[in-house]
Design a protein around this ligand. Structure first.
Ligand code: UTP
Length: 407
């Protein structure tokens, strides 16, 4: 992109201030800025004043496939799933681009050590869980790991250093998630340097389009991968590429599936899988009305009782179809370091603008159907969100111990 094209693009989105210091830059920095202007999507900035996530349709319950029913058909589903894995039609995507700010660590969250008598890293737990399936199927499962520009090198170096925790490195690919500009409250982008626009990772909803941008969709197609299990980094007990889950989704003729847990209270902070205008959708815990919390299903049980745990399976075909659709933008207030008019760097102590994210949970509403598949929360749900208290290192350690994992 040359200067004129960059000027026109910025003018269109009201961002001409980006070029304020252009003339004083070295040739190298001018080029870097033009490349960045070309690559960034400024159209999202128009949403700085209207959070596009607030417009929900009509919500109704979606029944989950529950543990007793799964237990009855476990063998059948497992065989179906194992066969898909053996044919190389299943891959997993680990979402590890988040910053894990709540743990107070500067490292990728997966590098966090939850061990007590030996090191047990979050990444290690995930790989160990995957290795169980690899052993069961007698076949490797391809693993794509999404990082962000902020933690990519550290993540890759860590896997190298730990020799992929015994996983076959030929089956592991890393890719960096896309970034979007960060802005002030008026939707004007901040400058990190005179030659660099402030950016932040685009949220976990951009994982498939980021994979595509990095050329990995070609790998998916070449290898005939038909199902992708996408999951969060922070649940140290979750089963990945779980044959029974895959088999249940296929047997039900569904194009997607979501692992869900029975909520431990109506106020538990997990989104509930439901229908929105007849299509699958997720209502966040803070969107549940009192009426919805009190609603009962045909058996008299709470109707919105199953929460998602960020472990979904999608058919690749549908992912390709929905890839270019704009998901709702979650506009989040944030502290954004920037360069002021005097050229000084400012590190604000309070939020001074917005970052723009899309979320994987919003992809569920884009597909025609989704199987809600219950897992036993004591065996498969040990999220690490905080250092102490609810969903913390402490609670995850307790659950690991109960499941016979030596820490
Ligand atoms: P969270 O929503 O818990 O965010 O991510 P986070 O950034 O990890 O943690 P906090 O809130 O800053 O403490 C859910 C999952 O989505 C991934 C995370 O790595 C985690 O697996 N994620 C999140 C991304 O991959 N990219 C993002 O931009 C955001």
């Amino acid at each position: 992109m040359n200067y004129k094209e960059a000027y026109e693009k910025l003018e269109k989105y009201g961002q001409l201030h980006v070029l304020n210091d252009y003339n004083g830059l070295t040739e190298e920095k001018k080029a870097a800025l033009l490349v960045q202007i070309e690559s960034l999507d400024f159209s999202i900035l128009q949403y700085c004043k209207e959070n596009t996530t607030n417009q929900k349709g009509e919500i109704s319950p979606l029944a989950a496939m529950q543990l007793p029913e799964i237990e009855k058909k476990k063998e059948k589903y497992t065989e179906i799933g194992l066969e898909e894995i053996r044919q190389g039609r299943v891959a997993a995507v680990l979402l590890a681009g988040g910053m894990g700010t709540r743990l107070g660590s500067d490292h990728p969250k997966g590098m966090y050590d939850i061990g007590l008598t030996r090191p047990v890293y979050i990444f290690q737990r995930i790989i160990e869980n995957m290795l169980d399936v690899v052993r069961q199927a007698g076949e490797w499962v391809r693993l794509f790991i999404m990082t962000s520009d902020k933690n990519h090198d550290m993540t890759m170096e860590f896997f190298e250093e730990k020799k992929y925790f015994g996983y076959n490195r030929d089956y592991v690919s890393f890719f960096i998630q896309d970034v979007v500009p960060a802005s002030d409250y008026e939707g004007k982008v901040y400058m990190e340097e005179a030659w660099k626009i402030s950016t932040s990772p685009n949220g976990n909803g951009g994982w498939f389009s980021s994979m595509n941008k990095c050329g990995l969709l070609d790998v998916v197609k070449k290898e005939g991968i038909e199902w992708i299990n996408v999951f969060a980094v922070d649940n140290v007990l979750q089963r990945i590429a779980d044959p029974c889950f895959i088999g249940a989704v296929i047997d039900h003729g569904c194009v997607a599936g979501a692992k869900v847990v029975k909520k431990n209270s109506p106020d538990e902070r997990v989104g509930a899988l439901c229908l929105e205008d007849g299509r699958p959708s997720i209502v966040e815990y803070y969107e549940l009305t009192d009426e919805m919390k009190a609603a009962k299903d045909a058996d008299g049980n709470p109707a919105y009782d199953f929460g998602v745990i960020l472990n979904y399976i999608f058919r690749t075909k549908e992912l390709e179809e929905i890839m270019d659709r704009q998901l709702p933008l979650h506009v989040v207030e944030k502290q954004i370091p920037y360069r002021n008019e005097k050229g000084e760097r400012v590190d604000p102590e309070v939020p001074n603008g917005y970052k723009y994210e899309t979320l994987v949970l919003d992809m569920i509403h884009q597909v025609d159907n989704c199987l809600a598949y219950e897992v036993d929360r004591n065996k498969e749900f040990a999220p690490i969100k905080n250092a102490t208290g609810i969903d913390s290192v402490e609670t995850a350690r307790e659950l690991c111990k109960k499941n016979g994992i030596v820490l």
